[in-house]
Design a protein around this ligand. Structure first.
Ligand SMILES: [Zn+2]
Length: 281
């Protein structure tokens, strides 16, 4: 199948006047959660709060589920989107309940309001289907002296929709589209995506510097053994539609990971020949 040509999006994210980019939904959600926790706990954490707040964070960007901000340039055609061969046999990539489902800005969940069966791991809801592997991963990390935590797991369609609706009311449609993900387009809605954090560098929670922590190094070395893929790797933004997110891991299973390694590809879009990129379909 030949992918549809990428059209210029009428909702292209805006660059702030100072040239800064907005934060991903992951970062904003977690920062707000942590800040709320500190307030509830009555922590006199002025210094910590200062560290946690980004210099670029603004009220308008501080929405839960603010989505990846980052298409600062015109949308580019996604490389690797033309399948060289027929799709590999295996689970569906379009069924929302499939372990191999591909969700990106070109491919929303189907059905749009899909919700998985849930389980709680590390205090967060995730798809029940990944609970065993996720628990095993956390146990292995702990046994090896690495303090991993789960910052974010499943996020529902309705939560995303209410956030998006209120953002539209507040900011207008065009601006809201650049700030918050459309409901149905977040991989977190599958329950298969997990944002990890760690205790070694609290200021790096959902920030690029998480990639330099021992927790990140452990994940890169070991998460694959439990079926987790680094979903938004370096250099793949035109393919995945997202800036690198060293904290965001997606369960796909060890079988698919082995096949991807054989082919030498790092993204689901390239492996399956599925279109992606920074523009919404
Ligand atoms: Zn995430």
């Amino acid at each position: 199948m030949t992918p549809a040509p990428v059209r210029p999006s009428p909702f292209a994210p805006q660059v702030r006047p100072d040239g800064s980019r907005r934060f991903s939904h992951d970062a904003v959600v977690a920062r707000r959660t942590l800040l709320a926790g500190l307030v509830v706990a009555g922590a006199s954490g002025g210094v910590l709060l200062t560290q946690l707040r980004s210099p670029h964070e603004t009220a308008s960007a501080a929405d839960p589920a603010v989505h990846d901000p980052v298409a600062l340039t015109a949308p580019e055609p996604a490389p690797g989107t033309a399948p060289a061969t027929a799709p590999p046999p295996g689970p569906s990539t379009t069924d929302a309940a499939s372990p191999w489902v591909v969700v990106n800005k070109q491919h929303p969940l189907n059905p749009l309001e899909y919700a998985p069966e849930l389980a709680v791991v590390g205090g967060k809801e995730v798809a029940a289907s990944i609970a065993g592997d996720l628990r095993a991963l956390l146990d292995a990390a702990r046994a090896e002296g690495v303090s991993l935590s789960i910052t974010s797991g499943y996020r529902s369609f309705s939560r995303q929709r209410s956030v998006h609706d209120s953002s539209v009311a507040r900011n207008g449609l065009e601006s809201a589209e650049s700030l918050s993900a459309r409901p149905g387009y977040s991989e977190h809605q599958t329950g298969l995506a997990v944002d990890f954090g760690g205790s070694s560098a609290p200021g790096c929670l959902l920030e690029n510097c998480f990639g330099q922590t021992p927790e990140s190094a452990w994940l890169r070395a070991r998460a694959g053994a439990f079926g987790f893929l680094l979903r938004y790797p370096e250099g793949a933004t035109p393919v995945t539609g997202y800036e690198p997110e060293p904290w965001h891991w997606r369960w796909v299973g060890t079988d698919l990971l082995a096949r991807m390694a054989e082919r030498g590809v790092t993204t689901l879009e390239e492996f399956f020949g599925i279109s992606g990129g920074t523009a919404y379909a």
